[in-house]
Write a protein that binds this ligand. Structure first.
Ligand code: NAP
Length: 490
């Protein structure tokens, strides 16, 4: 099994594979594992006290580690407390490691100094991130170390550092065999590291972008933006930054060290992020929320709301008859006087509602919680109806801004199919699945349709244009989103 997995990883392009001997069911048969090995290996054998699975004695463990060195493996991983018990021999390189599964301790530099004194070829220092800023402390240490250091943070707050350590000089990083085989919290799979983050292409000069939010684990933004950078041959990487609501200000200050060029911004930071910007698009003021923070020509932070712009563009696209309209043709579509019925009264409804009112449409909203409907209708200055009466509103455009129909509840729809009218435009902001039951019904009733995927792709493309000041590879981005939607596991 281990031999087969090793071969598989080598075929996929892995250049170095760690063999965790403590994960084997019986006593490791080292010879079998390393003879004819398809790549260089790191041998590691972790005790249970180090969150490993080794059940044998410490004496047996040290014997196996020594015999791996005698057998000439390329790297051996030694915890600090046994480093002096296992002397250097032959060509085997010594990785002196320290893991802290609880925190990124205050005496990080001191620990690193101690590890450097144990005759390492490489120091490995891995700590738990309890705040996004912990990553900065570890990466700073990696960058400044004279001994090659693999350093990053565990946990969801530390995911980005597993990729960024390459930029700051880590000789390599760690990833799991597959997404289902997480050996440490927050680990990325080999495939994610290679196919999404293009780790092998990262250099000291790689520019950094990312998405700020909480939660962030299921965000598709890293996939779509990294694919776009790759398509355009731009030396940049885009990472997920999970940042709690209360931590935004301090994190942004600490992240200055990373010289981040642009952020996508999602819940719960869309309002607070505006305070960071020196310049704002008009739409940010109009709806009081931003989803993009980027560096303008003179380096000043600028805020945009591409969710809003892309939603309005997607509606207009749905109204155009020509098959491949230009952006100018789309912009020319007028919504003035059209009757729009919007389902939902959350953040997306608020943005699209504001856009509809500003475009001169006659907007009616309804949502499950009537109090929320009334509050939003008052804010937008539009009509509202009871949720139960939504089928009786006569509308030219119908927009779903609720999550109804989203994966895994794909058999649900927020609007009965016999309420739909031929020729009306039906827009579903839900993008997973792309072809929701709501849109299937709309097509059967010969309505025009607009999908949440189009909105999602366009908002990302608009962000990309602000990030890079160049055109976005929109087809590649659309393909990436469609592939990601079909592959995502929840
Ligand atoms: P939100 O602030 O949580 O608002 C959700 C709205 O949907 C609320 O009015 C809520 O009503 C209502 N709702 C929730 N579950 C419902 C149900 N089972 N039946 C009827 N109404 C229900 O969320 P949001 O940020 O506005 O996002 C809404 C949807 O937009 C998301 O689910 C997502 O699919 C979509 N979206 C799409 C894109 C894109 O790029 N395509 C981007 C962002 C979001 P209550 O007040 O009663 O809970």
């Amino acid at each position: 099994m281990v031999v087969a997995e090793h071969k598989f990883l080598a075929e996929k392009g892995a250049e170095l594979v760690e063999l965790r001997l403590d994960w084997l069911s019986g006593m490791p048969k080292l010879d079998q594992l390393i003879q004819d090995r398809p790549t260089p290996v790191v041998i590691a054998l972790r005790r249970q006290s180090d969150r490993g699975r080794w059940r044998g004695s410490e004496e047996q463990r040290l014997t196996i580690l020594r015999s791996a060195i005698v057998a000439g493996v390329e790297y051996i991983d030694l915890e600090a407390d046994i480093a002096k018990l296992i002397p250097r021999y032959g060509d085997t390189k010594r990785i002196i490691s320290h893991h802290d599964f609880e925190e990124t301790p205050d005496d990080l530099e001191e620990i690193h100094r101690r590890l450097c004194g144990l005759d390492p070829d490489i120091v490995k220092l891995v700590t738990m991130a309890n705040a996004p800023s912990d990553m900065i402390r570890v990466l700073r240490l990696v960058k400044n170390s004279t001994v090659p250091t693999v350093g990053f943070c565990m946990g969801e707050l530390g995911v980005a550092s597993r990729v960024l350590c390459g930029k700051f000089g880590s000789p390599f990083t760690y990833a799991t065999f597959s997404e289902d085989r997480e050996l440490a919290p927050g680990q990325l799979s080999f495939e994610q590291m290679k196919e999404i983050y293009h780790y092998d292409d990262i250099t000291a000069g790689t520019h950094v972008y990312g998405v700020l939010g909480d939660p962030i684990a299921h965000s598709m933004s890293p996939r779509i933006h990294n694919a776009a950078f790759k398509d355009k041959g731009i030396d940049a990487v885009y990472l997920p930054f999970r940042v709690a609501k209360h931590a935004l200000k301090g994190t942004l200050e600490d992240f200055e060290w990373l010289d981040i060029r642009g952020y996508s911004v999602t819940i719960p930071h869309k309002e607070e992020i505006i305070g960071k910007a020196e310049f704002k698009d008009a739409s940010v003021d109009e709806i009081g929320a931003a989803n993009t923070l980027y560096r303008g020509a003179d380096g000043a932070w600028c805020a945009s709301n591409t969710d809003y712009d892309s939603a309005m563009q997607t509606i207009k696209l749905g109204m155009v008859d020509s098959p491949n309209p230009t952006d100018e043709e789309i912009d020319e579509v007028s919504l003035a006087g059209l009757r729009i019925l919007m389902l939902g009264a959350g953040g997306v409804a608020r943005a699209i509602g504001r856009g509809s009112v500003l475009a001169g449409a006659a907007l009616t909203i309804c949502s499950r919680t009537h109090k929320r409907t009334v509050a939003l209708a008052e804010e937008l200055g539009c009509q509202q109806v009871l949720w139960e009466n939504r089928g009786s509103v006569f509308a030219d455009i119908l927009i779903n801004c609720t999550p109804v129909g989203m994966h895994p509840n794909v058999d649900e729809t927020p609007f009965k199919d016999h309420w739909l009218r031929e020729e009306m435009l039906v827009f579903d902001t839900v993008y997973n699945p792309e072809n929701t039951l709501f849109l299937k019904h709309a097509k059967q009733r010969e309505c025009r349709v607009a999908s949440g995927v189009e909105m999602f792709v366009r908002q990302a493309a608009m962000q990309f244009e602000r990030f890079t000041d160049g055109p976005a590879p929109i087809e590649a981005m659309r393909d990436t989103v469609r592939r990601a939607i079909s592959a995502v596991k929840y």
